[in-house]
Design a protein around this ligand. Structure first.
Ligand SMILES: [Zn+2]
Length: 248
């Protein structure tokens, strides 16, 4: 008998295979990102049809074939139907999925990535937070989960709080005194954050994932946060995400 496993996860992408099948990429809590075949998923009456659509979240019963995973059945726990209806939401969700794909691998569990993606899609669906802010929050938190987070609570060298000067090359905040001691740093201009922007970023780094999307910011702070993210990701994430082409 073939062995089956039940994995909690979300469909990241789905593409047609042969005449009636679908190949899906699944982000799972237990086994990270896996690709699997859903046989007959494109047949009209297939039970797999609805549960192998991108952004469907649930419990997937999978059996391991000789060379691949196969979806046997699934219990849908959340279907983000709004995403396909809204062009902007589709673009942002595709970008979030692509970033999750980039950071995850097969056989390395991904519980935090999965939960982050889930609460992010939920936040877009609820429309309480503008998509541009959702993007900043998602990127910032994902970088932290992947061990690329910045120290934004205290000076990296002397641990004093109160500074708002970010030195990307150093990995976070430095106070004036510590920056002045270093010949190299004296020549570099830090990015000085406003108090509101710094507080927002600190909140994103420290909030439980379930409460991540519970704030909004003024337009000026939003622009500041976007500027900050461009500098940060430009330095720490040297990858071009194709789905970004669709986000203005
Ligand atoms: Zn210092």
């Amino acid at each position: 008998m073939r062995e089956t496993v039940v994995l909690t996860g979300m469909i990241l992408t789905a593409s047609p295979m042969k005449e009636y099948d679908r190949r899906v990429e699944l982000l799972t809590r237990e086994r990270g990102r896996i690709s699997a075949f859903a046989q007959g998923a494109r047949r009209v009456n297939s039970a797999l049809s609805a549960c192998t659509i991108p952004f469907t979240f649930g419990e997937f019963t999978i059996y391991e074939g000789r060379n691949s995973y196969n979806v046997k059945s699934a219990v849908i726990q959340k279907f983000f139907g709004d995403i396909a209806q809204d062009y902007d939401m589709t673009c942002y969700a595709s970008y979030f999925a692509e970033m999750a794909q980039y950071f995850t691998k097969e056989n390395i569990e991904a519980p935090e990535e999965l939960l982050l993606l889930y609460v992010t899609l939920l936040a877009m669906q609820n429309k309480r937070v503008p998509f541009r802010l959702v993007r900043v929050v998602y990127e910032m938190r994902m970088m932290m989960i992947e061990g690329q987070g910045l120290e934004l609570f205290e000076c990296l060298h002397c641990h004093q709080t109160g500074t708002r000067a970010v030195y990307f090359a150093e990995g976070g905040l430095l106070c004036e005194k510590c920056a002045a001691k270093d010949q190299e740093l004296k020549r570099v201009y830090p990015l000085i954050l406003s108090a509101d922007a710094l507080y927002s970023l600190q909140y994103i780094l420290s909030s439980p994932l379930e409460r991540l999307y519970s704030f909004t910011v003024a337009d000026t702070v939003q622009e500041e946060l976007e500027h900050f993210m461009r500098s940060y990701l430009g330095r720490y994430l040297p990858h071009r995400f194709k789905s970004l082409d669709f986000i203005i």
